[in-house]
Design a binder for this molecule. Structure first.
Ligand code: BEZ
Ligand code: FE
Length: 300
């Protein structure tokens, strides 16, 4: 029996977990314990501070519903979702479009639409055209790739924030044509503040952060034999393009909705052209999404 000091307690915990049969669980938990203990030593964590931390995480859990994922939001504002995405992109077999956040507003079961349809069915803002091609790493179109799209309306609101949860708007599922091309109509999305009325919003407020995301359109793209791509395109003229609260923007994902874009299927509308590139799937590829439809994590 030894008396623990601030270092030997860490080793004792790791020794007690050392027989964990699942090697990956063992590796993750050993590292998590080492980092959490180092963090407590680093800030000289007091009992009342740790109790505040436990209360905060309890509140985060309580804020989760089938329509809201406060833990994903916490991961997002801490940059952890973005870090996991960058690590994930680093394991690709070949180059591809950058991953960006799935976010808490993704929903399964968005309506299937025909190419050219408008995803904005109940929304009445300035119209835009979005078009492009889903390609492989060599630049060849991937026939019949599927594309899920979701975005805010012209006021910066998702359908979930303004309708009853069963009503879907500003989202849809498309199948690309035989050359991987897609086009759809929409409204010009507006940027928005992340949900600020819960514990994560309280943290962001305490840090005097603005809590905003630049305007964007989300995409979840898949095709047989390719790694699923979760990404977004961001409107470059948004005032928050350089200070996204959840660190989702990368230079390669910045676009502009403008007139005169060559090849636009509707030249009368400001248009965005974006060509996505999918990497081939490897045998060890895991799911690409940090997040999920909230109803999959908390039963209704
Ligand atoms: C979103 O883009 O939908 C989103 C991502 C992270 C936090 C909040 C919203
Ligand atoms: Fe979003």
């Amino acid at each position: 029996m030894e008396d623990f000091d601030q270092f030997s307690v860490t080793e004792a915990v790791i020794a007690q977990m050392a027989n964990t049969p699942d090697a990956r669980l063992r590796e993750i938990m050993e590292s998590a314990v080492r980092h959490m203990h180092a963090f407590a030593r680093d800030v000289n964590l007091t009992p009342s501070e740790w109790l505040m931390g436990i209360k905060f995480m309890t509140d985060v859990g309580k804020a989760c519903t089938p329509f809201r994922q406060e833990f994903v939001l916490l991961s997002d504002v801490l940059g952890l979702s973005s870090l996991v995405n960058v690590l994930h992109d680093g394991t690709r077999m070949e180059s591809g479009t950058d991953t960006s956040l799935l976010g808490p507003f993704y929903r399964e079961g968005a309506p299937a639409m025909a190419l050219g349809d408008s995803i904005a069915r109940l929304t009445d803002g300035p119209r835009i055209m979005v078009f492009g091609q889903v390609r492989d790493a060599e630049g060849r179109g991937i026939p019949h790739a599927s594309l899920q799209v979701w975005q805010t309306d012209e006021h910066g609101e998702y359908d979930l924030q303004k309708h009853d949860p069963k009503t879907m708007d500003d989202r849809g599922c498309f199948t690309c044509d035989g050359e991987g091309r897609f086009h759809f109509r929409s409204v010009r999305p507006l940027g928005y503040t992340i949900p600020m009325d819960g514990p994560v919003g309280a943290l962001v407020t305490a840090q005097t952060r603005h809590g905003c995301r630049p305007a964007h359109i989300h995409f979840l793209i898949s095709a047989e034999g390719y790694r699923e791509l979760t990404t977004s395109v961001y409107l470059g003229d948004d005032q928050y393009i350089d200070t996204d609260t959840v660190f989702g923007v990368s230079k390669a994902l910045i676009v502009h909705a403008e007139m005169g874009v060559p090849g636009s299927p509707d030249p009368s509308l400001p248009s965005i052209r974006y060509d996505f590139s999918l990497a081939k799937a490897s045998a060890t590829d895991s799911m690409s999404r940090v997040g999920s439809d909230p109803s999959k994590l908390v039963a209704a």
